[in-house]
Design a protein around this ligand. Sequence first.
Ligand code: SF4
Ligand code: SF4
Length: 110
Amino acid sequence: MSTGTGWRDIPIGGLVVEAGNSIRYKTGGWRAFRPLRDEEQCTQCLMCWLYCPDSSILVEGGQVVGFDLEHCKGCGVCASVCPKKVEVHARTKQPGKVIQLVEEGSELCQ
Ligand code: SF4
Ligand code: SF4
């Protein structure tokens, strides 16, 4: 007979048994698309930081400095809410927004 973990030892599904533990779940591995920001054309309005559902917009001293790619799921909310349009994005070379999504693993992610 097995002496492993019994069902009474397993937390009931759906319960958060310990506060502040989401940082341990590296959800970045789910990402199919990666956000890229044009640093020069960013106005630092912080809309992306406000709306990111995974707190993956990194801010230092009130300025966006990058993305937390260990947790960013590539949902695109940041790109959607970014109000700043660009004629040419510095990294994708495409018109659109300051934040644009590119396929994860593409050469633009280097
Ligand atoms: S793609 Fe989604 S999870 Fe990633 S930084 Fe943008 S809003 Fe946050
Ligand atoms: S929403 Fe766009 S313009 Fe505003 S801080 Fe984020 S990247 Fe920059």
